[in-house]
Ligand binder design. Structure first.
Ligand code: C5P
Length: 206
């Protein structure tokens, strides 16, 4: 069984995808981390994230970069959003994601284009959304917990800029697959969002 969990940053899709993977005993891939690694590698190469050639070169990042805590920062998220615009980068990361999705037994993947591009045949497709204030608040708490100094207004502005870029790009924009189930987590805590996702997924495969 393939479970595709798509949606914008801080919508809760990562938490939901991890919980679905644990519930159904499936491996999980956070595909945003791959784009974050490309963005980070591009910066380490002193490249320009808006340049397709520099961004493509950065797709050769070493695997241990995936464990770099800097990948979780807002700055790297912004770089990821910029490199992910280039079709060359999306193509370079396609096979790795596709192989993960189609492994025997199935998998859970979260990202922006799992249900539309990476695994359109997924048996379960969730599109997780939440309001900008709800998402900014969550990200703010995460940042505070990790000791980072960022204002709520800065986070909200960054989320909106990233959403706009992800939604408007020509290739694989952030959009719900026609057969995806929409899950709005604005007024839900993690436990409720997870329970709802498990209910939707169980129903879809019943
Ligand atoms: O999900 P996360 O915030 O870690 O993703 C970082 C950026 O990577 C997103 O803003 C998006 O631009 C890009 N991304 C993507 N396709 C995916 C996953 C992430 O374009 N499947």
């Amino acid at each position: 069984m393939i479970i595709a969990v798509d949606g914008p940053t801080a919508s809760g899709k990562g938490t939901i995808a991890k919980a679905l993977a644990a519930h159904f005993g499936l491996p999980h891939l956070d595909t945003g981390l791959l784009y974050r690694a490309v963005g980070r590698q591009c910066a380490l190469n002193h490249g320009n994230a808006d340049d397709p050639g520099d961004a493509l070169n950065a797709c050769d990042f070493p695997d241990d970069l995936l464990d770099d805590p800097e990948l979780r920062s807002e700055a790297t998220g912004g770089l990821a959003s910029r490199v992910s615009v280039h079709p060359e980068v999306r193509r370079a990361l396609f096979e790795r994601q596709r192989a993960f999705a189609t492994q025997p037994g199935g998998a859970v993947l979260d990202g922006r284009d799992i249900g539309t591009v990476i695994a359109p045949e997924a048996q379960v497709k969730l599109f997780v959304v939440a309001s900008v204030p709800a998402r900014a608040e969550r990200r703010f708490k995460e940042m505070q917990a990790s000791g980072r100094q960022v204002s709520l207004a800065e986070i909200a502005a960054d989320l909106e800029a990233r959403d706009a870029r992800d939604r408007s790009r020509a290739e694989a924009p952030l959009v719900a697959a026609q057969d995806a189930v929409l899950l709005d987590t604005s007024d839900m805590g993690p436990a409720q969002a997870i329970a709802e996702a498990i209910r939707i997924a169980s129903h879809a495969v019943a």
